[in-house]
Design a protein around this ligand. Structure first.
Ligand SMILES: *Cc1c(COP(=O)(O)O)cnc(C)c1O
Length: 387
């Protein structure tokens, strides 16, 4: 049996995989089992921020792997403490809880919001408001937080305590607040899985004001938008927001599983011993990767993200077969005349890996993708749109 058939036979059928078997990669290049080369515009869904097998990251991780790959959270380890310190120093947040994925980071965020609100406002203050078209993860509770009905249908009953409003609909939020105690509002500044849709600044301003006036926690899901992808370290910085809780994951580990929940001044002491935990969370290998990634997210790198973003927007806006280009930084959605999946299939044929989100082609290239590779890949994508 060939590998694709083995996979189809034995791996749960939850993914509509593209017909490509990747065997290795370096930077923004990847190779399949037949030796065909691809330029990678997906970064393993915004994970390989500095590309595949980035040398500096690889050294940091392998050195840690040969010393102490896992210790459990019963003991202190340096990479965990160091990464938490760096995250707080770069954001102004006060404490960090580490898990292993975006969903776990959001589970933690939800627990923080619930415990804080119950203690401060009473046990009937637990509702978390999220946005329609949002995506917050696949565990039952983060699925409940996700504002897309089609994810909910198969898994009733969901975790109670979530309400969804349309992006921009402050009236709905104010109406809800008349009858329901609201613990927190949770947003993605750019709805990634929802089609790479940035929120309007007027809306985020109004949300922030509402949260402040009503002592409601402002929480931002930076799982996909975070760690340099927006052109700032975190996308909320592009919106001048001051969140109380931030979740992040994907790009933070540079290729190893990690999730982090960052807690601000208000909520920093919500958790005590035993309130939450994770066996693998904060493991030395993933955290060493995170330290390596975060320590290199300087102004020059972020400027490079914005330059590459401008190049892609310029090339694709108004191009043949392209109806609209939206997004922020190196998180870009392209509304194509042809179905997105067809365009991505054509790109793969011609040696470019791109993604989809809803009805859009989605680009999440490495933050440091070399310009010559980016130019080549965008030309292939343009041709695929125009065909
Ligand atoms: C990917 C994603 C998640 C879920 O992350 P996992 O690591 O797959 O659990 C949550 N929120 C957002 C915004 C995401 O893009």
């Amino acid at each position: 049996m060939n590998l694709m058939n083995t996979d189809k036979t034995y791996v749960a059928g939850t993914y509509a995989r593209f017909p490509v078997e990747l065997v290795k990669g370096k930077g923004s290049l990847a190779w399949d089992a037949n030796g065909k080369e691809y330029i990678d515009l997906g970064s393993g869904i915004a994970v390989n921020g500095f590309g595949i097998c980035d040398d500096v990251w690889l050294k940091a991780v392998t050195e840690q792997l040969t010393k102490l790959p896992h210790a459990s959270n019963l003991y202190y380890t340096e990479p965990c403490a160091k990464l938490a310190e760096m995250l707080c120093q770069r954001t102004g947040m006060k404490k960090v809880f580490f898990g292993n994925s975006g969903a776990e980071a959001n589970e933690c965020l939800i627990k923080v919001a619930r415990k804080y609100a119950a203690e401060k406002h009473g046990s009937d203050c637990y509702t978390i408001v999220t946005l329609k078209n949002s995506f917050h993860g696949r565990t039952l509770t983060t699925l409940s937080a996700t504002g897309q009905d089609h994810y909910h249908e198969l898994y009733q009953p969901l975790t109670p305590g979530f309400a969804h409003i349309a992006p921009g609909d402050m009236d709905a939020l104010r109406e809800l607040a008349k009858t329901t105690k609201i613990a927190a509002v949770l947003i993605e500044c750019v709805q990634g899985e929802g089609g790479v849709v940035p929120l309007d600044r007027a809306f985020t301003d109004a949300l922030a004001a509402f949260c402040k006036e009503n002592d409601v926690l402002l929480a931002v899901d930076e799982v996909q938008t975070g760690n340099g992808r927006s052109g700032q370290l975190y996308a909320y910085m592009c919106y001048d927001l001051h969140p109380d809780i931030v979740s992040t994951a994907k790009g933070l580990g540079g290729g190893l599983p990690i999730g982090a929940c960052l807690m601000g001044e208000k909520v920093k002491d919500v958790f005590g011993p035993g309130d939450h935990g994770s066996t693998f969370g904060g493991n030395p290998a993933s955290c060493a990767g995170g330290v390596s990634i975060l320590s290199r997210m300087d102004d020059a790198l972020l400027e490079g993200v914005r330059e590459r973003s401008a190049y892609i927007f310029n090339e694709l806006t108004g191009a043949e077969g392209v109806e609209a280009v939206n997004g922020l930084g190196l998180m870009i959605g392209i509304k194509t005349v042809k179905p997105a999946r067809e365009v991505v299939g054509k790109c793969i044929e011609n040696g470019v890996l791109a993604l989809t989100a809803k009805d859009r082609v989605r680009l999440l290239p490495a933050l440091n993708i070399p310009m010559d590779q980016l130019k080549k890949a965008v030309a292939v994508l343009k041709a695929a749109c125009a065909e």
